[in-house]
Design a protein around this ligand. Structure first.
Ligand SMILES: Nc1nc2c(ncn2[C@@H]2O[C@H](COP(=O)(O)OP(=O)(O)OP(=O)(O)O)[C@@H](O)[C@H]2O)c(=O)[nH]1
Ligand SMILES: [Mg+2]
Length: 300
């Protein structure tokens, strides 16, 4: 059978996590309209007849501004090097600029087979697709370019088939009954972060980390107690996160709880406390404690 790892690489906000979720058929990574949503390497595992494809979702490429984004960019770089295939995700509706071409050329130079998923075709004129494909070819980018829409599920089957074809023969790397390497507790923290990304603007969500203190099923088995800290960078961010009479936080927690319940298939009792930790994003020791950084994803 075909079996291998596929690093999903591209600019921030290109649509990588959305595509991984659609390819895997389950939500393994959170998604938002804001760049730098993904902070960790997350595996999404697709088991198909005759193939196991291990997608490695990565933080999107973006100008680094602090120790956290430094760690994120290192995660992306190491992920791109130790895989069987690079799936470069390009946001087609933004056109093809010089920075896109130079990124594609850089990843091609790693000597790892590469495919380009040209995504978001649902929100752009169709005639731009062949024009952009020609431009890439003329620039010497000789790998296959597959137009897809993750949102509409368009051409996803063809993309899966092409990926599987390009992987080596081998035994599955992971058990066939798991879709991600991440724990339920990790997903709970990520769901909380996603709802914060969707609710608040500007620097606030980027300066938030979520720490799950309690994640426990009650003895009678019909409810999860979840208690978490929402760590933010400044006192005025805390005030905005909480909102007038706690209204903003209450609404955000409501959305998070609903999704946690559907993820866990069980009722959730959710409590949260907003904490201020000045400049945690610039403190490497704290970043390690919060779990940001490198982890070898390959099975030993
Ligand atoms: N119209 C349309 N929007 C899409 C598509 N794929 C993703 N999006 C949107 O693009 C935005 C970014 O999607 P993500 O999947 O979070 O992008 P990402 O590349 O993982 O972003 P980072 O993790 O920040 O690097 C979200 O608002 C998605 O809903 C698509 O095929 N069509
Ligand atoms: Mg992402």
């Amino acid at each position: 059978m075909k079996s291998g790892t596929v690093a999903v690489i591209g600019k921030a906000n290109a649509g990588k996590s959305t595509l991984v979720n659609v390819l895997v058929g389950e939500k393994v990574a959170i998604v938002s309209p804001k760049p730098q949503t993904t902070r960790d390497r997350i595996l999404g595992i697709l088991n198909e007849e005759g193939a196991q494809i291990v997608f490695v979702d990565t933080p999107g490429i973006y100008k680094s501004k602090n120790a956290l984004t430094d760690v994120m960019m290192r995660t992306t770089e190491t992920s791109a090097k130790d895989v069987d295939l690079i799936l470069f995700v390009h946001d087609g509706h933004k056109g093809v600029g010089d920075s896109d071409l130079s990124l594609m050329k850089r990843y091609l130079s790693y000597g790892v087979p590469m495919l380009i998923a040209y995504t978001k075709t649902d929100i752009m004129p169709e005639e731009n697709i062949p024009a952009d494909a020609k431009k890439l070819y003329e620039e010497g980018i000789g790998c296959d370019v597959v137009p897809v829409s993750a949102r509409r599920g368009k051409n996803i089957g063809r993309l899966k088939a092409l990926i599987a074809e390009m992987l080596p023969e081998g035994e599955p790397l992971f058990p066939e009954d798991i879709v991600s390497d991440r724990s339920e507790k990790f997903m709970i923290a990520e769901i909380m972060r996603e709802k914060i990304l969707l609710k608040y603007d500007k620097e606030i969500p980027h300066g938030v980390a979520v720490v799950v203190n309690t994640f426990q099923k009650r003895e009678n088995g019909d409810i999860y107690d979840i208690d978490l800290d929402i760590v933010c960078e400044k006192a005025n961010h805390k005030a905005i996160l909480i909102g007038k009479q706690g209204g903003a936080l209450k609404e955000t927690l409501g959305f998070a709880r609903k999704e946690m319940e559907s993820f866990l298939g069980c009722k959730v009792f959710l409590t949260a406390y907003v904490k201020v930790e000045d400049d945690w994003r610039d403190r490497p020791g704290r970043l390690r404690e919060l779990g940001y950084g490198e982890e070898d994803f390959r099975r030993k």
